[in-house]
Write a protein that binds this ligand. Sequence first.
Ligand code: NAD
Length: 284
Amino acid sequence: MKDVQGKVAFITGAASGMGLGMARAFSAAGMKVMLGDIQKEPLDTAVAELKGQGRDVAGVVVDVTDRDSVFAAAQATVDTFGKVHVCINNAGVGASGSAEDTSEKNWRWTIDVNMWGVVWGLQAFMPLIKEHGEGGHVVNTASMAGMFSWKELSAYNASKYAVVAMSETAMAEHTDDNIGVSVLCPGVVNTNLGTSARNRGDEYGGSTDKKSEQMVAMLKKGLNPDVVGEQVLEAIIDDQPYIFTDPSLRSWVENRFARILAGYDWADQCQALKKADQQTAIDL
Ligand SMILES: NC(=O)c1ccc[n+]([C@@H]2O[C@H](COP(=O)([O-])OP(=O)(O)OC[C@H]3O[C@@H](n4cnc5c(N)ncnc54)[C@H](O)[C@@H]3O)[C@@H](O)[C@H]2O)c1
């Protein structure tokens, strides 16, 4: 999307961290922005900050785990600004633990927000972007935890691999309709993610995350989220599919792929396959 001036963007998780960074960058570039978040007070503060700077913005309370809430936010965006060109499925939460010691409620909370939030965002917004034919862009916020698996972050890793998978699928499906798709894979960014239990719904019970203090301390050393906001704007303009905020983590991805390719080296000399001597082909 070369020309963003006057275009309309919707962002989830826009009251804090990277979502707010994007709202600041997009509105500074002349975009109209609908900020969506589950937390009304910080959302109102964010909208007031940007309106105070003369930006064309509005806010809507949305719970991305709830299909009806996301569709209502899409309608509110169209009612306010006429149409929507850019959708940023960014809201996310983090809970630590290995697969076996993460409680069912922590699993469900993480998957409901991080994975289903993106599903509902795509279902509600993609048809609206297609409808006006002016083109657009979708960015889904995954993580470097969607590129390689960190220890004791099983549910979070699983949710973010799902976001990478949905994004790559959408990239393959939108090659010739002027709708770009990107997946944002941040490294460590200085946001409020370490206290994400603050917006955890009652149905998921209280937080049981023992590592949130450690997470808060680590995130404090991270990148300024406003820089990520500007980077995402640049990626939309450049139609860049993968957005990495920390180039020093490149080797982690290279090491993961080297381990995967080693699996093919082993398969080449595997006795069971040699004995079967059967050719197979996937025809898609
Ligand atoms: N901070 C990092 O280092 C980092 C690294 C990789 C990926 N991420 C991802 O970046 C995204 C943004 O997080 P952040 O780091 O800016 O954290 P943040 O906590 O500062 O912002 C997240 C926002 O999402 C909102 N939110 C949470 N649940 C919601 C729901 N059900 N519906 C609507 N809004 C909801 C929160 O209220 C909050 O305003 C998340 O998807 C996160 O997983 C963060």
